[in-house]
Design a binder for this molecule. Structure first.
Ligand code: ASP
Length: 323
């Protein structure tokens, strides 16, 4: 279905939802996070304006977020109970629901690129652990030593989580050191050709059990795209998103109940909330609507607004644009 004239493209990304205490959030850190989100979203929007396919745009935006140490994906990802980054990522094409995903990967530098390579290959949808890393290497994607992903703030965050015997969301403010770290990443886009795509990438949750896989790489849970309805990338406590099949729930509400994007995302997220899950999502629909709901105190996010400007927000109100 083609988007209506005048609203030819749509884009949104997130850098994770969670408890982000404004009082303990250093102004310089906050500004740096906002600047990174704005720069990555602006490049994505320009690519869409230039006619790039949504699938390429979400892959590139998520790869850039993976490379940014602020976020819980790629370098700077959270650590599992063994102190190792195990990485999950997925990408989905709304044209034909082609999808690729990797989970518990330890060596591929950009998990979303491995997911995209798997989508392109077409034989499988999800590869785990060593198989995912081997596939990525065979595709010519760079592998790194597992230590390359580890940054000092995440070690400190893991120590704090271990001390209390807890598994925590990636930037839960209970941990003093979590003030310097942010969340899971994802992007959704509608391109000029009327095609939707979604991608998500994460290290999951701090102090998670080795081998634990979250919602992000699971088609229909944390990531989903279908040109007839919407593209969704979720962030939050993955166990709840898996049990609610959140991203597909948004799609199903639009398809079967004829709900609009706003109602479908609000109600699907409310179901997660009723189960006790916190987090949020970013979504765009086939008509170019954009929504970014969350039930946590904040969510790092950026989007193309109705006036054609890129907005960035962490709490309810947009962050100020640079002069
Ligand atoms: N959803 C991710 C997971 O559970 C974590 C997050 O979004 O913060 O793996």
């Amino acid at each position: 279905m083609n988007p209506p004239a005048g609203r030819a493209i749509a884009f949104a990304l997130h850098g994770g939802a969670g408890v982000i205490d404004p009082g303990s959030f250093a102004a310089t850190r906050r500004a740096a996070c906002a600047a990174a989100l704005r720069a990555i979203a602006s490049r994505a929007v320009q690519a869409l304006r230039d006619g790039a396919p949504s699938l390429d745009v979400v892959e590139q935006a998520v790869a850039e977020l993976e490379d940014c140490e602020f976020f819980n994906a790629g370098r700077g990802a959270v650590l599992n109970g063994d102190g190792v980054a195990e990485l999950d990522a997925a990408i989905m094409d709304g044209r034909d629901r082609a999808a690729g995903a990797v989970c518990a990967a330890r060596r591929v530098r950009n998990p979303v690129r491995a997911a995209r390579a798997l989508l392109r290959d077409g034989a499988h949808v999800l590869l785990a652990g060593e198989g995912a890393d081997r596939f990525a290497a065979a595709q010519g994607l760079p592998l790194v030593d597992p230590e390359w992903f580890v940054i000092a703030d995440r070690r400190a965050q893991l120590d704090a989580a271990r001390a209390e015997g807890r598994v925590t969301l990636d930037h839960d403010e209970r941990w003093a050191d979590a003030r310097r770290v942010s969340g899971t990443v994802g992007a959704v886009a509608l391109d000029r050709h009327g095609h939707l795509a979604a991608a998500t990438s994460t290290g999951g949750m701090t102090n998670k059990a080795p081998g634990r896989v979250g919602d992000s790489p699971l088609v229909g849970a944390g990531t989903f795209a279908d040109d007839d309805t919407c593209a969704v990338s979720a962030t939050g406590h993955g166990e709840f998103y898996m049990r609610r099949v959140l991203a597909h729930d948004v799609h199903a509400r639009m398809l079967y109940l004829d709900q609009d994007l706003h109602a479908a995302t609000e109600e699907a997220l409310a179901e997660v909330g009723r189960m006790g899950g916190t987090g949020g999502l970013v979504a765009v629909d086939h008509a170019g609507q954009v929504t970014l709901p969350f039930n946590s105190p904040g969510m790092y996010r950026a989007w193309l607004d109705r006036d054609g400007a890129v907005q960035v927000a962490i709490y309810r109100d947009p962050e100020p644009a640079p002069d």
